[in-house]
Design a protein around this ligand. Structure first.
Ligand code: GCB
Length: 616
């Protein structure tokens, strides 16, 4: 009772408090500036000073009340007797972008808060605006500039930005970020997941300078209903004093151009003739330079044009059936056990997909960094992109739902112009509601499906589902969520969690839907270099046999339109302690964490070569 009336008071006064402690532009909610790298940007990547703070003493006082003199003040003792119990200037460095776990042995298993501090100078010319953009911070990031709180962002894998036009100084700016990767039951993902909880500023940090009116977001894709046109929209962000300015979109290579005038909300629709544009395909991933010009603002992007659709159980790329020859990938670097952070990491990982003869990758289980999507566009790898709605999350919690929706919207906003992305996935292996017709989980996921369709009509919607046995050899895919999806994903582990390898030989697959199926996971662990017979678990030969039997089974599924076995590379997981075998790695990779191939790699490669000859 006392608590609730206190909260009420805080709630009533919160807006006033915000106004006092922030300067104009800083109380706005976090948003992102699409394509930060196609703009005038200054990188803040590099070494940042850091303070490890497992008890959050830099944020709460000893009564666990927010401390107005927290570490974000970056205080220095004013006299020889003043006590200040932290000092960024003398604190150790961590590299940004990068997870903290792999940078220091004592942080390998750390879950909690680390404070990051970076000093910078920036002479912002008059009539210009400045934003600080974070590519991603796992899991919750609270940001201050020069002691003023800019805001907070929740969710480890999507970008966010704050405007700092009025706060930035010509020299000596202190940017401070509190990053907390503690797992929470109400979070997305929740407490339990099968990957390492890499914390920190894991992606690029950038200052983006823009004029008073600038293009914040834009979409340009082939119209799925009329592929002679490329359609989309632009969204201008304007200071109150800027008048309407026209926006021109150009594809210089083709002479295409259109000029539009945004409405009062800063929005305008685009429609360009696309009849002479070559189609983007995995074999010929043609990208066009695109320029978007609004007054003094020019943004450059490279966009591919293709359509994706379904007909019955087939997936159609540019109107032609395609079989998705894929593999699942976690966002871990190719030759190390750390987060992948760069275009180089992305190219090696996707290079392995190409080596497998693949044309498709499932980027599990959360949005990967932007470099990965851009590399996929350039290299010709179709992408399944997903949000970390994984296993169980709090289906009945409105805050959890709002969080999942936000992460979905942020992912779509960032990647909506990437031709490679053909599938948005809203969930992985979520347990069905107990009521056959559905319940809170179905409501939650339908909400996400509706959002994805509303935000982007140019992609297919999927989810990795579970199945059920209707007798000992017949598997039925009939999750009620399937009604709302374009493509059914399904995870199965026959030969690993589900019976012996030769069980695959007897299984018959059925589906309640006339829709394409992508086998979004199957596989088993093998320690690279461990040999034995096909009947000895954990060996390369066991995994090899498992893949042989799996592909034989998959060939018999008439409605199968693709697959992304689990997984390209061994990855760290706290759920995998077995000494000498797992050592805290999930060993289902076709490649070890050091980049060494296992035998099953070749089984899949041979299968994909055959499929490519027969089906595409
Ligand atoms: C799954 C999960 C994936 C796990 C995998 C495994 O079904 O979707 O995240 O890592 O199984 O190895 O158990």
């Amino acid at each position: 009772m006392i608590l609730s009336s206190l909260l009420h008071v805080v709630f009533l006064f919160a807006p006033a408090l915000l106004k006092q402690t922030t300067v104009g532009d800083s109380s706005a909610p976090a948003y992102q500036i699409m394509n930060a790298f196609g703009r005038a940007a200054t990188s803040l990547n590099g070494e940042w000073q850091t303070i490890v703070d497992p008890f959050d003493v830099g944020y709460f006082n000893y009564r666990m009340q927010p401390d107005p003199n927290g570490f974000f003040r970056n205080q220095k003792p004013g006299s020889s007797t003043e006590r200040v119990e932290y000092d960024f200037d003398r604190s150790p460095l961590l590299r940004v972008p990068g997870d903290w776990n792999s940078q220091r042995a004592d942080l390998l298993l750390y879950e909690g808060t680390i404070w990051y501090r970076r000093r910078f100078d920036y002479a912002l010319p008059p009539n210009r605006r400045l934003f600080v953009q974070f590519g991603g911070a796992n899991y919750e990031a609270r940001v201050w500039l020069n002691g003023v709180e800019l805001g907070v962002h929740e969710g480890g894998f999507t970008p966010f930005a704050f405007e700092i036009t009025r706060l930035v100084r010509a020299s000596g700016n202190d940017l401070i970020v509190k990053v907390d990767n503690r797992r929470r039951a109400d979070a997305v993902p929740t407490q339990n997941f099968d990957w390492w909880n890499y914390g920190g500023l894991t992606r690029d940090v950038t200052l983006v300078e823009e004029p008073r009116a600038f293009v914040r977001e834009y979409a340009l894709q082939l119209d799925p209903h009329d592929e002679r046109r490329a359609r989309g929209w632009v969204h201008l962000d304007r200071s109150a004093d800027t008048t309407r300015i026209p926006v021109t979109v150009r594809i210089p290579g083709t002479g295409q151009s259109q000029t539009v005038t945004p409405d009062a909300s800063g929005r305008a629709k685009l429609s360009l003739d696309a009849s002479r544009l070559s189609r983007w395909t995995p074999e010929r991933p043609r990208l066009y330079d695109v320029e978007i010009i609004a007054g003094d603002d020019t943004i450059r992007d490279r966009i591919g044009f293709r359509t994706i659709a379904v007909r019955g159980s087939r997936i159609l790329l540019n109107g032609r059936p395609i079989f998705l020859r894929g593999i699942s990938i976690h966002e871990e670097a190719p030759y190390a056990a750390r987060r992948a952070v760069s275009a180089d990491d992305a190219r090696v990982l996707l290079g392995w997909v190409k080596e497998l003869g693949g044309n498709f990758a499932r980027l599990a289980h959360y949005p990967h960094n932007e470099a990965m999507l851009r590399a996929a566009d350039e290299m010709g790898v179709l992408i399944w992109a997903e949000i970390p709605v994984y296993w169980t999350i709090q289906w009945n919690n409105p805050a959890t739902f709002a969080n999942a929706r936000r992460q979905l919207a942020e992912m779509i906003e960032r990647d909506r112009n990437r031709a490679s992305v053909v599938l948005w996935s809203v969930a992985n292996e979520t347990p069905r509601d107990s009521a056959p017709g559905g319940g809170p989980r179905l409501r939650f996921l339908r909400g996400l499906v509706d959002d994805a369709r509303r935000l982007d009509s140019t992609r297919l919607i999927t989810a990795a589902l579970e199945h059920r046995y209707i007798d000992s050899t017949t598997i039925m895919i009939d999750d009620p969520l399937g009604v709302y999806l374009d493509v059914l994903g399904n995870n199965e582990y026959i030969g690993w969690y589900d019976g012996p390898i030769d069980k695959t030989d007897r299984i018959v697959w059925r589906s309640a839907f006339d829709k394409p199926l992508v086998m979004s996971e199957f596989g088993g662990d093998a320690r690279q270099g461990l040999h034995g017979g096909a009947n000895k678990i954990w060996t390369e030969e066991y995994q090899e046999a498992l893949y042989q039997h799996q592909v034989a089974m998959l060939r018999r599924i008439p409605f199968l339109s693709g697959m992304s076995p689990w997984i390209l590379k061994d990855f760290r997981s706290p759920r995998r302690p077995l000494p000498g075998i797992q050592d805290y790695f999930n060993r289902k990779g076709l490649v070890s964490e050091r980049g060494e191939r296992k035998k099953a790699f070749d089984v899949l490669r041979r299968f994909y070569a055959e499929v490519a000859r027969a089906k595409n």
